[in-house]
Design a protein around this ligand. Structure first.
Ligand code: GLN
Length: 242
C-alpha cells in the first residue's frame, strides 16, 4: 500500500447497507483512482473495532431494528468519535444521520441515545417520507443542486451547532423549515439515498478533496450528467436551473 492510498471506511454495512449506501464508498474510490490516487475500501463489520485513522468514513441508512444495532456499536466503539475529533471527513446517510445526533426516537417509540456528534434530534413524523428530493446546497463549496431519494419515518430538528446541507426544493428532507441534512465540523449528513454520491459528483469530490487535503482535477462523466438531468426532471425541477 502506497503512502498516498486513500482509505475509505464503510461502517457496519450488514446493518447500514439496506438502501445501497455502501455504493458511496465505491464511487469515492473510483473517483480517486481516476485521478491517479490509489484507494482502498475498508469494511468494518459490526463485530469489529472502528479504526480512527481512516481518511474518510461512510455510513449508510437502515431499518429501525438494524439501526438500533448500529447505534449500540457506534456508541460503544469510540473510533468514529476520535476520527471526528481529529477532523476526518464523514458522510452519514439517513439512519446514520439520526444515530450521530443526540437522540432519536424510532417508530415504536423507543428513545435511543446517539453519539452526540451532530446537534440534532429525531422523532417520528407520523407519516413516512418517500420519494425524490432536490435541494439547493447551502455549503459554499457546492454549486450544483443535490438530488437523492428519501425513505424515512423520522423528522429531524437541528440545534444551533448544526447547519443544514440544503434548502428543500422538492420532497420532505428533515421535515422542518424546508431544510435537509446536517453539517457540523467534518461531518456531512443527509437523508439522501441514491447512492447520493452517484448522483452528486460535486459532493463526492468535496469529501475526497477533504480526505486528500488537496483540490482535484475535474472528471468528465457524461453518463452522470445525464442521470442528474433525468432525476431532476423526475422530481419536477427544471434541470436548466442546475
Ligand atoms: N429507520 C429510520 C427512519 O425510518 C431511517 C431510515 C433510513 O435509513 N432510510 O427514519
Amino acid at each position: 500500500m502506497s503512502e498516498s492510498t486513500v482509505r475509505i471506511g464503510v461502517l457496519a454495512p450488514e446493518v447500514l447497507g439496506t438502501y445501497g449506501d455502501s455504493g458511496n464508498a465505491l464511487i469515492l474510490a473510483e473517483r480517486a483512482r481516476r485521478r491517479g490516487f490509489p484507494a482502498e475500501i475498508v469494511t468494518v463489520n459490526l463485530s469489529e473495532p472502528i479504526p480512527d485513522q481512516l481518511d474518510l468514513y461512510s455510513l449508510g441508512g437502515g431499518e429501525d431494528t438494524a439501526q438500533a444495532l448500529a447505534a449500540d456499536h457506534l456508541r460503544s466503539e469510540r473510533g468514529l468519535s476520535r476520527a471526528v475529533a481529529a477532523g476526518r471527513p464523514v458522510l452519514a446517510i439517513c439512519a446514520s444521520l439520526q444515530i450521530l445526533g443526540r437522540i432519536y426516537v424510532d417508530a415504536a417509540g423507543n428513545e435511543i441515545s446517539g453519539l452526540g456528534l451532530l446537534d440534532l434530534e429525531t422523532h417520528p413524523r407520523g407519516e413516512r417520507a418517500i420519494g425524490e428530493v432536490v435541494t439547493r446546497p447551502l455549503l459554499p463549496e457546492l454549486t450544483q443542486l443535490l438530488t437523492g431519494f428519501e425513505n424515512h419515518g423520522g423528522g429531524t430538528r437541528l440545534g444551533p451547532d448544526a447547519r443544514p446541507l440544503g434548502e428543500v426544493l422538492a420532497g420532505t428532507g428533515n421535515g422542518f423549515d424546508r431544510v435537509e441534512g446536517a453539517v457540523q465540523g467534518s461531518i456531512i449528513a443527509t437523508y439522501l439515498h441514491g447512492p447520493v454520491l452517484a448522483r452528486n459528483p460535486e459532493l463526492a469530490d468535496l469529501l475526497l478533496s477533504q480526505a486528500l487535503g488537496q483540490d482535484l482535477a475535474p472528471l468528465e462523466l457524461p453518463a452522470i450528467d445525464q442521470l442528474r438531468q433525468e432525476r431532476l426532471s423526475d422530481a419536477g425541477v427544471d434541470p436548466a436551473v442546475n
